[in-house]
Design a protein. Sequence first.
Length: 385
Amino acid sequence: MVLAALILGVCVIQVANGILQILLPLRLAEAAAPPLVVGAVASAYSVGFVLGCWAAPWMIRRVGGVWSFAAFGLLAAAATLLLNLLPDAQAWVGLRLLMGVSYVGMLTVAESGLAALSPPGSRGSVFSLYMIACKVAVIGGQMLLASPNLSALWLTVLAAGCYGLSLVPVAVIRPPASAAPKGPAPSPWQYVRRAPVAFAGCLMVGLCNTAVTGIGPAWLAGLALPAAGVALIMSGIQVGSVVLQWPIGRFSDRHDRRLVIFAVSAVATVAAFLIAAFANPPGGAAPQTVLLGLFTLWGSAALSLYAICVAHANDHVTVEETVPLASALLLAWALGAALGPLLATAAMELFGHDALFVYVGVVSGGLTLFAGLRRLISGPFRAEP
C-alpha cells in the first residue's frame, strides 16, 4: 500500500513534468525570447536539480520525509502558478530553479522510501515498475497538449494542480523507517566506494540518455527523414524501455546486478555503434525501419539501466542510509545530464554529424568494461531475498 502510494504520488508529478517539458519551450518561442534566455531557463532547472540533491537530505533530516515531500510539492505548485503571474521570461529562470530543487526533493523522498520498503530480492522489480509508471505518466502529460480545448494558461494551472495533488497519496501513508535519518550527513563518496558500478551507471545514464533525447530529433532530421519519421523513431526509444524494463528488473533480482548492468550496457553499446554505422553508410542512409529497430533496441537497454543501478546501490546500505544514497544517485545522474548534451555536441562539432552515437557508444562501452572488471575483481554478489 505504501509502495503504491509513493509511486502514485510521483506519477502525478510526472504528469506535470510532461506538460511543462513541452509547454514552456513553446511559450518562450511564442514570446520570441532570446536564445540566451531560453538556454538560461533550461539550465536553471538543471542547476536547481543539483542544488536539490544537497537540500533534500538536509530537509528530510530535520522534518521527515512526508513533511519534506509536502513542502517541496507546494513550492513546485506555487512556482508553476507564478509562471502565469510573472510572464517575463527572465523571471522564469528563478522559478525553474525552484522547480528543479522541488522536483529532486520529492524524488529523493519517494525513491528512498521505495528502497527502504522493498525487499532486496524484489527491489529491481519494484524500481522497474516505478520507472514504467513514471514514463507512462510523462507521456500522458505530453498528450494533454494535443487537446484543442486546453489553453496555455489552463495547462499551466493543471500542472500546478498535479504538483498539489501529488501530496494526497503521500500524506496519508505511514513514513518509512528512512523518513528521518539521524546523525551527521555522510559524504556521497562513502556510497561511491561501496557501489561504484551503480554510480558509474547513473552517471552514464545522464551522459548518454539526455544527449540522445535532447539532440536525437535534430540528428535524425539531419538524415533528411520526415517529421513523422523522426517522431516515430524517437517514440521507439520509450516503447522499448517500457516493454523490457520490468523483465530486466526481475532478472536482476535473481542474479548479480553487476552482471545485468554489464550485459544491458553492452547491448546499449552495440546498438549505439550500429546506429552510427547504419546512419550514413556508403550506399546512403539506412531505411527508416532499420533505424526504428536500432533505436528501440538502444532504448530498451539504455533507458532500463537507471532502475537496476539504484537497486544495486541500495543492496549495499542500511535502511537508515536510503535518503542520502537516493540524493547521491540523483546527483550523479544530474551531473551527467548537465554535461551529456554539451559533450555530445562538442563531439559533433569536432568529428561531424555521425559522432553523436559514437560518443554514446564510447561512454556506454566504458560502463560495460568497468562493470565487468569490478565483477572480476570483487567476485560475485547477489542481494538476499
